[in-house]
Design a protein around this ligand. Structure first.
Ligand SMILES: *[C@@H]1O[C@H](CO)[C@@H](O)[C@H](O)[C@H]1NC(C)=O
Ligand SMILES: *[C@@H]1O[C@H](CO)[C@@H](O)[C@H](O)[C@H]1NC(C)=O
Ligand SMILES: [Ca+2]
Ligand SMILES: [Ca+2]
Length: 223
């Protein structure tokens, strides 16, 4: 049996397809799998990198946009401030309240409808103002030119005590500026307790239920 054992030696398995210098996986199949795995790994890495890049780009552009928009906002605000300051030059009583007219630190509203003195008082209060108190020649002139001989209620009455004319803020009118028409107040019919401006802006007392236009007055808003 011995010599027969000396038959041709079995050839060594061909290892050439499994060159360890080329692959970690030493078989044709595993080598192929490894290559596939590696290439997909590369793809994943590349994908991840590109995602990262996109994310970074996105973040950068986002910050740019937010910076730009904040700058834009700032400009818009400045423009608005400029506009409003220009508007305030034209309308010191507020661009949103153009029916109020500015004179010497105060704002005046000259009503477009006529009503009783009491109702006029309430209407002015509803607009956070009061019936006008006239205590200077300048103010009297302004009102006179503005009322043009029409009857407008002012904040003056003697309804609490006959003959004691008081301004709506409680101040005594006899000690300060007055502009009564000659012969007024005459308490005609013992029943004239409210004052209005009339011809040439002169003051007259009349029934408080008489229907007149009215003048409201309030401090001008701060600039
Ligand atoms: C606002 O007005 C100021 C000067 O009053 C001017 O320098 C500035 O450019 C103006 N801004 C805009 C946005 O118009
Ligand atoms: C008294 O005032 C009223 C107006 O309120 C006027 O119509 C009347 O003529 C005046 N009376 C006199 C006597 O001046
Ligand atoms: Ca009276
Ligand atoms: Ca009178």
């Amino acid at each position: 049996m011995g010599p027969s054992f000396k038959a041709a030696p079995e050839p060594l398995p061909n290892l050439s397809i499994c060159d360890p210098s080329q692959s970690l996986f030493c078989s044709k199949d595993t080598n192929f799998l490894g290559q596939k795995l590696r290439s997909s790994l590369t793809v994943y890495v590349l994908l991840a990198l590109s995602y990262l890049l996109i994310l970074i780009l996105f973040a950068v552009s986002l910050s740019r946009v937010s910076m730009l928009s904040s700058q834009l906002n700032e400009m818009r605000n400045e423009l608005k401030r400029n506009h409003s300051s220009n508007d305030f030059k034209l309308f010191p009583c507020g661009p949103e309240a153009r029916e109020w007219e500015y004179f010497s630190g105060k704002c005046y509203y000259f009503s477009l409808r006529e009503t009783s003195w009491q109702r006029a008082k309430v209407l002015c209060e509803e607009e956070h103002s009061r019936l006008a108190i006239v205590n200077s020649h300048a103010q009297q002139n302004f009102i006179m030119y503005r009322t043009r001989n029409q009857r407008f209620w002012i904040g003056l009455s003697d309804e609490n005590s006959e003959g004691e004319w008081k301004w709506i803020d409680g101040s005594d009118s006899t000690t300060g500026f007055t502009y009564w028409k000659e012969g007024e107040p005459n308490n005609s019919g013992q029943n004239e307790d409210c004052a209005h401006v009339w011809t040439y802006g002169e003051w007259n007392d009349v029934h408080c239920t008489y229907e007149c236009y009215y003048i409201c007055e309030k401090p001008a808003p701060p600039p």
